[in-house]
Design a protein around this ligand. Structure first.
Ligand code: NDP
Length: 300
């Protein structure tokens, strides 16, 4: 293996410490305590795990955590009324509605009901537009975490060829906007892209956000390129025992690491950065809401 491993776990731990320091300063200097409200509809096991760890880490950095666990049969009007209440609550600086929502709820309608200033996931249409036009926005957490790791590794990204595989609103598209904002030459690839291996081979930076286990092999990677693997896929792991599973990314780690200059592992790469960036966004939202300077290095 030749690639440097980009340790997202360590990077995220440092980011959370930085956030905690700034939260302590906000309390001491301004008697302010940032608050994050997380809304979970239903009992999806994966979402429950995410929400639990979000709540735990929110409290660990010194913020208020407000959890709203709602019955899966909740009416849309009731959910919208809850969001309206959170929008008006001065103790709440960030609001996150855990996705996916049950089918009878209109996700776009619900997300766009959040006050854009409290939309710490960066999914509100106004924040999407602000990011797309290079204005100050709330930036989606996963791509923000990827950008922070890339900047930390490379310094300037200006002029680099970046290929983002995946065009979702949550990862692929905002990732591409952020890389463009840092003056990369950006290609967005997707399921209809012709000759994907050739497209990826041109990239100095590859961000894989597909959701297909180990889809990108090492011979797609340009020697020395930086590989950011967003994918989280659970696969069978008979070597660990019957019925056991393990997590893998969208890139085949061993073969990509043999060629790349740097790579994020799965687990321990992009994943931990997502919650750390959520906390950073909540802190930023609190500062903006109170007319205070934004903490440096925590935003795009
Ligand atoms: P989506 O399913 O919303 O999007 C997947 C994208 O991959 C689509 O744009 C799709 O193209 C594209 N795609 C599918 N098959 C291919 C293919 N064969 N070749 C090229 N492109 C393809 O996924 P998300 O963006 O939400 O998530 C992507 C991955 O990232 C998942 O594994 C998810 O679990 C993980 N993830 C990790 C996070 C973290 O914190 N680390 C946070 C969010 C997601 P098309 O549009 O044409 O269908």
């Amino acid at each position: 293996m030749s690639a440097e491993i980009i340790d997202g776990k360590a990077f995220a731990a440092k980011l959370r410490r930085d956030v905690a320091d700034q939260v302590a300063r906000l309390k001491a200097d301004h008697q302010l305590k940032p608050g994050l409200a997380v809304v979970l509809v239903g009992d999806d096991p994966a979402s429950q795990v995410y929400v639990r760890s979000k709540g735990k880490m929110t409290v660990e950095v010194g913020m208020n955590s407000f959890e709203h666990r709602l019955d899966p049969s909740i009416k849309e009007t009731e959910l919208l009324a809850l969001i309206e209440g959170l929008n008006a609550d001065p103790k709440v600086h960030g609001i996150l509605v855990q996705l996916p929502l049950p089918d009878h709820l209109d996700e776009d309608l619900v997300i766009n009901a959040i006050d854009p200033a409290k939309d710490v996931d960066g999914f509100h249409i106004l924040n999407v537009g602000l990011l797309g036009t290079g204005q100050k926005a709330m930036v989606p957490c996963t791509p923000l975490g990827c950008l922070m790791m890339l900047r930390n590794h490379h310094g300037s990204l200006s002029g680099m060829n970046a290929v983002v595989i995946g065009r979702s609103n949550i990862v692929g598209k905002p990732m591409a906007q952020l890389l463009l904002g840092d003056s990369c030459t950006v290609t967005i690839a997707h399921s209809r892209t012709r000759d994907l291996p050739d497209v990826v081979r041109r990239a100095d930076i590859v961000v894989a956000a597909v959701g297909r286990a180990e889809m990108v092999p090492g011979d797609w990677i340009k020697p020395g390129a930086t590989v950011i693997d967003v994918g989280i896929n659970r696969v069978d792991a008979p070597e660990k025992g019957e019925g056991k599973t393990r997590l893998v990314g969208d890139c085949h780690f061993e073969s990509c690491a043999a060629v790349a200059g740097a790579i994020t592992p799965v687990p321990g790469g992009v994943g931990p950065m997502t919650i750390a960036c959520l906390l950073a966004n909540t802190l930023t939202a609190c500062c903006r809401a109170n007319g205070l300077p934004e903490p440096a290095d925590l935003t795009a």
